[in-house]
Design a protein around this ligand. Structure first.
Ligand code: F0G
Length: 429
């Protein structure tokens, strides 16, 4: 296979066929592709020829780009198939953000309803290629839902570490239903992440968090697919939420490779949006200080409730490379933006809506031009976290000091025509 692993810190190289997630120096690893050989192929034509294909594995919106993802033999690939998600006009959510040309890539339309499936198909395929029987991850919910499903398809056992009582109901439902061995940890995601790394090292279990470099490779397909949907014309901005910081790492790595290959010539700017209660990358960025974890991270957007993200270095590298920016948003801003994303008929879970809250803030600050072409990534489905949504509309988030500015509460009425008329008369006029 024409790929190798390289340390982001000391640049030490490793072969890609042996299990390894970090360098001996502790640094995270990149998968390095043989760009010179790839330059000899007309990849754009190849990817365009596979568009809409019914042939496995190229019917997947990840494996369509196999040469730039993981050039593995097709018989190892485990795909559901993922990707091929819609790129929507943001509609009312665009007006709310103050952007005229705002598109939303809905990664909640993946098989397990989050963007994690793109990295997971690649990670579980690497697990099979390396002969793994048991896979594991720590998760705020979506990674565990995805891993449980892919483990079930592959016949491997999936062991899940989740912070006790802190993951959204839709995600826990999926992990249990798909048969994941689910271990609830007393502590938060950061504790679970530290434990799963130790467990995988000591017990010879294959780790499927985004510290696994193959997860990042699969995740790159989001940006490849968006650009293909835009006829390979790069937008001015990409904007997305940041938690463990794998997704924006993948986005920038994918863009770097497309630039090196000459498939795109313009570098779009990347805006990473963190919740203000879980914002280590933001603090580093604005204060120009060394990385420091945030203790006791807290946000209603439980998916990004992470104080010690594993991919912070690769993430920072990508933001700097793209002349990008890191911004933070409050839970109030997230939930208000969510009301507009949902009300636009698109819908997404809270963490995803940090994207739209962040866009609004960057427009208001004059960083993002209202005329610029912006692609936002919605990372998870509306139904992943029904509690947050219903409680917002019922004005029941007072304990978090969140005001339901755009509530659409259910109304209790008597079962009579008059009662109905009273409540919908304004709609009839
Ligand atoms: N949005 C959603 C819906 C997520 O589930 C996550 C991460 C993110 C955004 C942040 O992406 O970590 O790549 O920066 N969820 C992980 C999980 C951590 O365990 O499901 P990131």
């Amino acid at each position: 296979m024409n790929i190798k692993l390289k340390c982001v810190d000391c640049e030490k190289e490793y072969e890609a066929l042996k299990v390894r997630y970090t360098c001996t120096c502790g640094g995270t690893l990149d998968v390095i592709h043989d760009i010179e050989s790839l330059k000899k192929m007309d990849l754009k034509a190849l990817f365009d020829a596979r568009w809409g294909s019914r042939e496995k594995p190229y019917n997947s919106g990840v494996w369509r780009y196999k040469e730039l993802i993981y050039p593995v033999e097709n018989e190892f690939i485990i795909s559901k198939p993922e990707g091929n998600t819609n790129l929507y006009d943001a509609g009312k959510a665009g007006k709310f953000a103050g952007l005229k040309n705002f598109l939303l890539k809905h990664e909640g339309e993946n098989p397990t309803c989050s963007f994690k499936d793109r990295g997971m198909t690649c990670g579980i395929t690497a697990a099979r290629k390396m002969g793994a029987k048991i896979v594991a991850c720590a998760s705020t919910g979506n990674t565990s839902a995805s891993m449980a499903a892919y483990a079930a398809v592959s016949g491997m056992v999936g062991v899940i570490f989740i912070p006790e009582g802190k993951i959204a109901f839709g995600k826990l439902t999926q992990a249990l239903a798909y048969g994941g061995k689910t271990l609830q940890i007393k502590g938060d995601f950061d504790d679970a992440m530290a434990l799963v790394q130790e467990v995988c090292d000591k017990l010879n279990i294959y780790l499927l968090n985004s510290i696994n470099p193959f997860r990042i490779e699969g995740q790159k397909a989001i940006v490849f697919e968006i650009l293909q949907q835009l006829d390979w014309e790069a937008p001015d901005w990409f904007i997305l939420p940041g938690g463990n910081l794998g997704n924006n790492t993948a986005l920038s790595k994918g863009l770097m490779e497309l630039c090196e290959l000459g498939i795109i010539t313009k570098i779009p700017r990347i805006a990473v949006i963190q919740a203000s209660g879980a914002n280590p990358l933001y603090k580093m960025w604005v204060n120009k200080t060394p990385y420091e974890r945030v203790r006791n991270a807290e946000t209603i957007a439980t998916a990004i409730k992470i104080g010690n993200p594993v991919s912070w270095r690769k993430s920072y590298r990508g933001v700097e490379w793209s002349n990008g920016i890191v911004e933070e948003v409050t839970d109030q801003e997230i939930m208000d933006a969510k009301a507009w994303v949902d009300g636009a008929g698109i819908g997404a879970e809270p963490a995803s809506c940090a994207t739209v809250a962040g866009a609004k803030k960057l427009v208001e600050k004059g960083v993002m031009d209202p005329e610029s072409k912006v692609v936002g990534i919605l990372t998870g489905h509306l139904l992943k976290d029904p509690d947050a949504t219903v409680n917002y509309h019922k004005s029941a988030l007072g304990d978090r000091e969140i005001i339901s500015n755009f509530a659409n509460a259910p109304i209790q009425i008597e079962p009579t025509l008059d009662a109905v008329k009273e409540h919908i008369s304004s709609l009839l006029s």
